[in-house]
Design a protein around this ligand. Structure first.
Ligand SMILES: Nc1ncnc2c1ncn2[C@@H]1O[C@H](COP(=O)(O)OP(=O)(O)OP(=O)(O)O)[C@@H](O)[C@H]1O
Ligand SMILES: [Zn+2]
Length: 729
């Protein structure tokens, strides 16, 4: 007998499921994993059936009815559901919000999940009208194409503008119709393989090791210096999988930045690659989701949330640049896509490959302790030489636009040899602050604890924490004198300075200000490839994964700020950044060098990193973490709270602390102010929980969260729990 009650996950911030009764006619179709529409208060919500049952704690008369079943088959299969329930436990986050996050936006809204029809075009009538279209060559071209066979709207739109269709439609020569959608899931029978280089010894070892894990769970850390051919290893590992019809999901930090990587996958296998990134419309996203689920796509490449893409025949998950911080969601449900990937791979019983030149200390520790298989690529692939890394001591040196004289000479030398130079600085805008030379007043954001950044191009001051902006004042708002002076250096100023210092060369700036708009970045990257620019200035966007063969010098203008941070992960982050940035140099035929400007050339971190490389540094950093009992040798959760009245957030966390007071094995730190204490008008505090075992965090929170939720201040402050926090700002 079919069960009359369904437990539903609803997109509401409550840590529970909701019981609804199933009217008789809906019972056969309400399977676990399908979407349903239900009344909730005065609203209608789209939820997902989790389980069916015969009885509820709520009296039957009080149960409300499910109004509609939206799917004929589950949008989340059983394994996926199991995975999400694990996540709800692990991240201590409401299950309904997790289910919601795992679906594309269109499906959250209740739109159809199946790709039922596709829009096609065909010609009308028998006679050939080409003659009458002589004066409209585009219309004639489209007409003749369709005369041969009907074609899909999606394919034609790439080539013909809407006017062309309209013209022909008005002449009643073509019409549009809906055709039944038949997915092509047999792509693997006609792969069109492109040429592949012969792998070197290190690559071969990695490839054969990874391929031993065919349809079997296992994690692999591929630790390879930049340019060592990690991508080539991925390509060769997935080849046998694709040939046997399996699908591969690849996570990357940011797609807009790696068009070349995407092309490499397409060319190697002659297959379209499904792309998932933030620049897509809801419809485009849904389409990739559908094609991945039906098995129509062999390769899916996407950013963080692509980890939720369903696969009909999963073969492997790859997380490229696994150390990258974009894999951690920083608001709402704060999951880590890499960690989600580990659990997914184990449930689906497939291998997971984590690749990086600068692995996170977490993954490295798992590799060193034997939990993960570990393959090292120590040499750059092909003919590329290792990058020479050096420091320039800028103590007591006059700096012009942040550059010492010696550095300016170096840049000139490389430019004169016809090579490109990349300069890296971590701050966008013109200058991080504007100070009054007369009275010392600094314009501060009223809502945050920070100075306004000067953006000279746009003639404005902007807060980089809350986005608040205002026009550049002509005089000091405090003393009315006109001597307002920029302090510090940003990308905009460096660009201006370089144009002044090297007028015969062209400079380009790559930061989030300069690259707004979908195509802009793409275009700039292409122009750089073409050699249109010789001086490339950027923030960390420029550090990620590009391949600019003609860059021979990379300069990091200032590393000092990061050397003295209160965040225990700062050293790791800085080392990753320096190594990644330096990996941009000398990737092909020209030798590359990296120069760091610093006031602290004897700093042990810099010494170790530059003399011994990231692999050595990371192992040393791990021993330090172990000594200090920090992650990955302990496990953390961060309770954050913020409020307009600083006392409320602080008091809430003080009370929260007492909830944990008698919990054994939990080390409590705080409440302490966050690194950025005030943001958008709210004061921010943190309480850190630390335990020796991973499960300790979950046990403590399982027992104490309900108590915290019932604290009198709980509804009055904004608070959240962050498991495995990465960022304490
Ligand atoms: N075995 C090989 N023989 C010759 N060339 C190779 C080989 N493997 C890789 N290459 C080439 O070396 C260059 C770098 O390789 P690849 O992009 O795979 O490295 P990577 O480690 O993924 O780089 P990144 O540092 O950007 O992550 C590419 O141009 C690639 O085609
Ligand atoms: Zn602000």
């Amino acid at each position: 007998m079919t069960k009359p009650i369904a437990q539903i996950a609803l997109p509401v911030p409550m840590r529970r499921l909701f019981d609804y009764s199933l009217p008789e006619p809906l019972r056969a179709s309400a399977l676990p994993g399908v979407r349903v529409q239900v009344p909730f208060g005065s609203r209608r919500l789209v939820g997902i059936v989790v389980t069916l049952k015969s009885e509820s704690d709520v009296p039957t008369s009080k149960l409300r009815n499910i109004t509609e079943v939206l799917d004929s088959e589950p949008v989340l299969h059983a394994l996926h559901q199991k995975w999400l329930h694990w996540a709800s436990q692990y991240y201590q986050h409401p299950i309904g919000e997790i289910y919601q996050a795992a679906l594309p936006v269109s499906l959250r809204k209740g739109l159809p999940a199946e790709q039922q029809h596709i829009k096609m075009w065909r010609t009308l009538g028998d006679e050939d009208a080409a003659e009458s279209l002589k004066r409209a060559p585009r219309q004639k071209a489209l007409y003749q194409l369709l005369k041969q066979q009907p074609l899909t709207d999606a394919a034609l739109k790439q080539e013909f503008s809407p006017q062309v269709f309209k013209g022909l439609e008005e002449k009643s020569l073509i019409e549009c119709y809906q055709s039944d959608y038949e997915p092509d899931t047999q792509w693997f029978k006609h792969l069109d393989m492109g040429p592949a280089p012969r792998p070197n010894v290190e690559q071969s070892l990695a490839i054969s090791g990874i391929n031993q894990l065919y349809q079997q769970f296992g994690c692999v850390l591929l630790e390879g210096v930049t340019g060592s051919g990690k991508t080539e290893v991925y390509l060769q590992c997935i080849e046998p999988l694709l040939k046997s019809g399996h699908q591969v999901l690849i996570l990357v930090p940011e797609i807009g930045l790696t068009p070349q990587t995407v092309q490499r996958f397409e060319r190697r296998f002659g297959l379209p690659v499904g792309l998932l990134h933030s620049g897509l419309t809801d419809n485009e996203r849904l389409s990739v989701w559908q094609k991945a689920r039906s098995g129509e796509l062999g390769i899916i490449i996407g950013t963080r949330s692509a980890i939720f893409t369903p696969l009909a025949r999963p073969g492997m998950i790859i997380v490229d640049e696994e150390h990258d911080h974009s894999y951690k969601q920083q608001d709402g449900w704060r999951y880590h896509a890499r960690d989600m990937a580990v659990v997914r791979a184990s449930l689906e019983n497939i291998p997971l490959v984590l690749g990086s030149a600068t692995p996170s200390l977490e993954s490295l520790n798992n590799a060193l302790t034997g939990k993960y298989r570990h393959y090292l690529l120590k040499q750059r692939a092909g003919n590329a030489e290792p990058v020479k890394q050096q420091m320039l001591d800028v103590k007591d040196q006059p700096l012009k636009y942040g550059l010492a004289a010696g550095m300016q000479d170096k840049i000139a030398q490389h430019l004169q040899r016809g090579q490109q130079v990349m300069l890296f600085i971590n701050r966008r805008g013109y200058a991080p602050a504007l100070i009054c030379h007369h009275c010392g007043h600094v314009e501060m954001c009223q809502r945050c604890d920070t100075s306004f950044t000067l953006h000279r191009r746009q003639n404005k001051l902007q807060c980089h924490h809350c986005g608040d902006a205002k026009p550049l004042p002509r005089a000091c708002p405090s003393c009315q004198q006109p001597q307002l002076t920029p302090v510090g250096l940003g990308t905009e100023q460096l660009e201006q300075g370089l144009t002044e210092l090297f007028p015969e060369y062209r400079a380009v700036r790559i930061d989030s200000d300069a690259t707004r708009g979908k195509q802009k970045l793409h275009q700039l990257l292409e122009d750089i490839q073409q050699g249109d620019y010789q001086l490339l200035i950027g923030t960390q966007i420029l550090a990620k994964g590009h391949h600019f063969p003609n860059v021979s010098l990379v300069v990091i203008v200032d590393v000092d700020a990061a050397l003295f941070s209160a965040d225990y992960r700062a050293a790791e982050k800085l080392a990753q950044l320096i190594t990644q940035v330096s990996g941009r140099a000398g990737r092909a035929h020209v030798a590359g060098e990296l120069w760091l400007q610093t006031h602290n050339p004897s700093h042990p971190l810099l010494q170790d990193l530059l003399n011994n490389g990231y692999q050595h540094f990371a192992r040393y950093a791990l021993s330090e973490r172990q000594f200090a009992n920090l992650p990955p040798f302990s496990h953390q959760a961060l309770v954050r709270a913020e409020s307009h009245d600083p006392r409320q957030a602080f008091e809430f966390l003080s009370q929260a602390r007492t909830c944990f007071a008698d919990t054994d094995g939990v080390l409590l730190t705080g409440p302490l102010p966050a690194l950025v204490e005030k943001r958008q008008g709210r004061f921010r505090f943190q309480l850190l929980l630390q335990t020796a075992k991973r499960t300790g965090i979950q046990q403590a929170l399982n027992r104490r969260l309900p108590q915290m939720e019932s604290l009198s201040l709980a509804p009055k402050v904004r608070w959240s729990v962050d498991i495995d926090p990465q960022d304490f700002s």
